[in-house]
Write a protein that binds this ligand. Structure first.
Ligand code: PEP
Ligand code: MN
Length: 258
């Protein structure tokens, strides 16, 4: 795999922040302005939301892509969203998304990953690949390889933890050994921690983030919302831009590996 040189373009820790879901143009603009003022250059915003059970908020879709285009005219930032089908990729490309991520429910399915890889081919878009929902290193590696085989070389991996039936303080157990092994296999791919989906609780964001940085992770993806308690998805784990600023100020890079 030729992936990798792009890792050096980002200052460590590379922080991606923004809401779990784009909910309104106002909410997205407010969050974007607040987090970009903290030096965050890449804004996450879920446009299509993979909800486990039906009848919850499933994302705004196309309209949110238009909000993103409008906001980019006003604020100098890049946007990343989740794509879960070839059709999502086409729409994301049409609306000038800067990066895309594959969600945990997509990484488990090699057919879907391959369709997305085929749809992305020739776009040279950066792609971040979340671990699969289940603790399976080979599936995570396979998804990265499928994207790399489509001549996409700006690839990153996002560790968002793994589902378990076991009771746990985590929403998704980190199983740190798996990302460590991924890093050993693919040392040139930036590894990003998603403390929001690992913890599932805003009080855990700082500790998980610091642990990831101590382990040599390259970046963090943190869900940020102007009014987390009233967020339409993942309200317990989102933090305000003010809290993100505090966390950013407290985080220390204690060790530099690779
Ligand atoms: C998200 O990032 O909001 C999301 C749904 O992620 P995951 O695929 O980790 O569940
Ligand atoms: Mn979320």
């Amino acid at each position: 795999m030729k992936t990798g040189e792009w890792k050096s373009r980002f200052q460590k820790p590379w922080i991606i922040a923004g809401p779990c879901s784009a909910e309104s143009e106002e909410q997205l603009l407010k969050t974007t302005k607040a987090v970009s003022a903290l030096g965050v250059e890449v804004i996450r915003a879920g446009v299509w939301k993979p909800r486990t059970r039906p009848n919850s908020f499933e994302g705004i879709g196309l309209k949110a892509l238009e909000w993103i285009q409008n906001i980019k005219k006003e604020v100098n930032v890049k946007f990343i969203t989740e794509v879960a089908s070839a059709q999502h990729v086409e729409l994301a490309l049409k609306h000038d998304l800067d990066m895309v991520w594959l969600g945990a429910r997509t990484t488990v399915n090699p057919f879907t990953v391959q369709e997305i890889a085929d749809a992305l081919k020739g776009s040279y878009l950066p792609v971040l690949i979340k671990n699969p929902v289940n603790p399976d290193l080979a599936l995570w590696m396979g998804a990265i390889e499928r994207i790399a085989n489509a001549d996409l070389h700006e690839i990153g991996a996002i560790h968002r933890g793994f589902s378990s039936f076991r009771k746990s303080k985590y929403r998704n157990e980190p199983v740190w050994q798996i990302p460590i092994e991924l890093k050993a296999n693919f040392p040139h791919i930036p590894l990003i921690c998603d403390p929001s989906h690992i913890g599932g609780n805003r009080d855990m964001i700082y500790d998980i983030s610091q642990k990831a940085l101590d382990m040599g992770y390259d970046g963090l993806m943190i869900e940020t919302h102007p009014d987390p308690d009233n967020a339409l998805s993942d309200s317990k784990q989102q933090i305000t831009p003010e809290r993100l600023d505090e966390i950013k100020g407290k985080l220390k890079i204690r060790q530099t590996t690779s």
